[in-house]
Write a protein that binds this ligand. Structure first.
Ligand SMILES: *Cc1c(COP(=O)(O)O)cnc(C)c1O
Length: 368
């Protein structure tokens, strides 16, 4: 049996999507326009927040959020070292310095360690809702309010996730999302979106993404070209209607893994669970003994496994050279990076795919 990590061809074999796209090629409004605005209001509604701005990637959502907040060279932004490199990359692109804080057993920033990382230069905290599991936003908001810091949420992996019913992307000053093909709400290329409750930030980012143009001919300041493509907005508008059901499918797949793998607790650590939180399982990450051997075994038997992410950001070349980080700086993150692996969890998995994977994992450990 083959168990694919994702099934994009299946997702895009969707007649209604092609009907929606044909309309776009009839009007040929390819840059901004009503379809992008429709997506922005759909997305703002999803996040229970007044404003959303469509952008060309999740990375630019973080970058433009920081720009709109005035973050610049010489500033520091606190974040987690176990994210995708884009989180720290977007901070670096503003000229500011990412200051990493170790993570907890839930793979999210350890809120107990944030305060001691705050310096005079700190301007913002940038938590990442890794795997689709929200970071501890109530505690982070409390720290930021006491210390006068901005909060930018990297919610690229967490569209639709919530804490006590409140959606991620609505806690901080800005929420940043990706529409990359591998994300839960995806388009057929790059795309991103930013959420905010602030009219001022909303208006600033709308200018920043479009050269600073306040009308056809006049700029308010020099900006960027970071617009969400109109075709991609049409795709996002189509898939956003399925988001709830695909999320529920991922959650029920996670439930099966959870209950069928729990007896292997001597060998594997299951994802964290919390009753107050609605996780969306962008990834289903476990920690496993003999991780690399298990991955080889599963791959050999047709199950596609990934690691999110094998090299912590602080151990990437530029962080060692330019920022002076070294192995040993974030022991929890480093230990996890050696034990984590990601099982397929997508919405098109069949029950037999999941049970096949579970049987293989069980056999692997029982035979040892
Ligand atoms: C995917 C991702 C990003 C970047 O999004 P792009 O749309 O690929 O630019 C940023 N942060 C995290 C945590 C991500 O998973």
């Amino acid at each position: 049996m083959k168990v694919k990590y994702l099934d994009l061809p299946k997702q895009f074999k969707d007649e209604e999507l092609w009907v929606a796209l044909r309309e776009q090629f009839e009007t040929c409004q390819f840059v901004l326009g009503p379809e992008v605005e429709k997506f922005e209001s759909n997305f703002a509604r999803l996040c229970c927040i007044p404003f959303a701005v469509g952008l060309n990637s999740g990375t630019d959502a973080i970058f433009l959020a920081l720009k709109a907040l005035g973050i610049d060279s010489g500033d520091e932004v606190i974040t987690a070292p176990n994210s995708f490199v884009a989180t720290a990359g977007a901070i670096m692109a503003t000229g500011a310095k990412p200051v990493f804080v170790d993570v907890g057993p839930d793979y999210n920033i350890n809120v107990e360690l944030i305060e001691r990382a705050i310096s005079k230069k700190t301007k913002a905290i940038l938590p990442v809702h890794l795997t689709g599991n929200p970071a501890e936003m109530h505690k982070i908001m409390d720290i930021s309010q006491r210390k006068g810091l901005y909060v930018v949420e990297d919610a690229a992996q967490a569209v639709g996730a919530s804490i006590e019913g409140q959606p991620v992307g609505s806690f901080g000053d800005v929420g940043c999302f990706s529409l990359h093909p591998l994300k839960n709400l995806n388009v057929c290329g790059d795309g991103g979106v930013l959420t905010t409750g602030s009219k001022e930030i909303y208006e600033k980012v709308r200018l920043l993404r479009n050269h600073g143009l306040k009308n056809r001919d006049e700029i308010e300041f020099f900006g960027y070209n970071s617009r969400l493509d109109t075709i991609q907005a049409a795709i996002a508008n189509h898939f956003i209607t399925n988001l709830k059901s695909l999320t529920e499918k991922r959650r029920s797949n996670a439930q099966i893994y959870d209950s069928e793998l729990k007896d292997l607790y001597n060998f594997i650590t299951l994802p964290p669970r919390k009753n107050s939180v609605y996780q969306v399982f962008h990834t289903y990450v476990i920690q496993a003994k003999n991780r690399n051997k298990l991955i080889n075994y599963l791959n050999r038997h047709g199950v596609e496994i990934k690691i999110h992410y094998p090299i912590p950001i602080h151990l990437q070349k530029p962080c060692q050279k330019k920022l002076g980080y070294k192995r040993g700086d974030f022991p929890v993150c480093e230990q996890q990076s050696e034990q984590i692996l990601t099982l397929p969890i997508h919405q098109y998995l069949k029950k037999e795919n999941i049970y096949y994977t579970i049987d293989l994992i069980t056999k692997f450990y029982r035979s040892r």
